[in-house]
Design a protein around this ligand. Structure first.
Ligand code: ATP
Ligand code: MG
Length: 381
């Protein structure tokens, strides 16, 4: 999959620009605060249906602008595709896929596939479980729109359930029938989400351990496992059994949940257990090892996307090269043959002599230079 062009109108600090990319490595380079990350943010909006910076649509609009938007032209295995996103300050966004209006973000996601790697992701190994869950959710949603729909429904049921647990005007017994209904809905959605995540992690585990061994010449071994409330029952992957066990468990905790005024169990608490040489990476990995595992997870995400769709997604790397030592930089550049990469950097000299498409970024304006030779480039896979 390759991005051909993207047009930005009143998006962040970009008033009006069209960027053209080559199928190989593209570098957006320039000083701080010029619009490098903004450009990547626009592209990734089409992969996930929202900004990776977790902001509202109105914050994506250029200061003072009432409307703006993005147009992405890309080529996948089958054809040229066109996605567009129109943003408004005072009403909801409008989305189009090949000229046809679409209503839900879930119908939009899954057409364009991207793997994003930004400096914030380097906190994924040591940080809170929410970071690891969002990695999983972003990766799986692109491959399985039904998963995104289940996540959205789960979030809505969870919100209603938490509101009910907090609502002290009614007695506990008066709230019990509705709690029962919401718990049954949550159990069913929880099961779908957990089973999908477990399957994804099993596949990712193989890919990540391969990349890490390759990167460290066999010195380091990682393994990934999904850690869930529903785990003991989920081993047999019998959806009905998991759902009913989860429902029973939640109901048996109801009195604690009324006291805590929040839902204590469910996939919104789950985690990925990442081990390095048999020990929990969260507790023992060095900073360099964190970086290696994260990089292996991102490359693994790309492999799983390729296995599911038949082609590599577009890799979007926001200023991560400077976070890696020269060995890992070289490894990354070597592994990227045959994929389209759009990378940002403040440091032009990192790419001297490489066959990459250099695009200079200056105050929301973009200027392309002539491509030169990349000594790291592999033959297309
Ligand atoms: P760095 O190297 O520091 O990461 P960058 O080139 O990636 O810099 P961006 O994150 O793309 O910088 O931001 C560029 C500029 O866009 C910043 O000055 C930021 O304040 C500005 N900006 C952010 N949102 C908006 C907006 N809605 N309207 C106008 N400008 C914005
Ligand atoms: Mg940036």
């Amino acid at each position: 999959m390759n991005v051909n062009t993207i047009t930005y109108r009143n998006f962040r600090n970009i008033e009006d620009a069209t960027l053209q990319f080559t199928p190989g490595v593209n570098i957006l380079w320039g000083n701080n605060a010029q619009g490098k990350t903004n450009a990547l943010e626009g592209i990734y909006c089409f992969a996930c249906g929202k900004s990776f910076r977790g902001v509202h649509d109105r914050e994506l609009l250029r200061f003072g602008a009432e409307t703006g938007g993005l147009d992405l032209h890309f080529t996948d295995e089958r054809r040229q595709q066109h996605l567009s996103l129109q943003l408004f300050r005072s009403k909801s966004r409008q989305m189009k896929k090949n000229g046809v209006a679409i209503r839900k973000s879930a119908d939009f996601v899954g057409t364009f596939h991207g793997v994003l790697f930004c400096p914030e992701h380097l906190a994924m190994i040591k940080g809170a479980p929410a970071l690891r869950r969002s990695f999983l959710d972003a990766a799986i949603s692109q491959l399985k729109p039904a998963y995104l729909a289940a996540l959205t429904d789960y979030a809505s049921v969870l919100k209603q359930r938490n509101a009910l647990l907090k609502q002290e005007e009614q007695s506990v017994s008066a709230r019990m029938p509705l709690l029962d209904v919401l718990t049954a809905q949550m159990a069913e959605l929880n099961t779908r989400i957990v089973l999908t995540r477990m399957k994804y992690i099993r596949l990712l585990d193989t890919s990540v351990s391969g990349f890490l061994e390759d990167m460290t010449q066999g010195r380091e071994h990682a393994s990934l496992a999904y850690r869930s409330d529903a785990e003991p029952e989920a081993h047999n992957e019998d959806g009905a059994a998991i759902s009913s066990a989860f429902y029973e468990k939640c109901m048996s905790y109801a009195s604690r949940e009324f006291a805590a005024q929040t839902t204590l169990h469910g996939c919104h608490k789950d985690d990925i257990l990442i081990s390095l040489d048999g020990r929990e990476a969260r507790l023992y990995a060095s900073q360099g090892q964190d970086r290696s595992i994260t990089l292996a997870m991102k490359l693994g995400e790309g492999e799983l996307s390729r296995a599911a769709t038949g082609e590599y997604p577009v890799f979007l790397f926001d200023d991560v090269l400077s976070e890696l030592d020269s060995g890992r930089q070289q490894y990354l550049m070597q592994r990227l043959g045959g994929r389209q990469v759009i990378m940002t950097s403040c440091n032009e000299s990192l790419f001297a002599g490489m066959d990459v498409n250099m695009i200079h970024v200056d105050e929301g304006c973009y200027e392309m230079a002539c491509p030169v030779k990349n000594p790291f480039a592999e033959e297309s896979e």
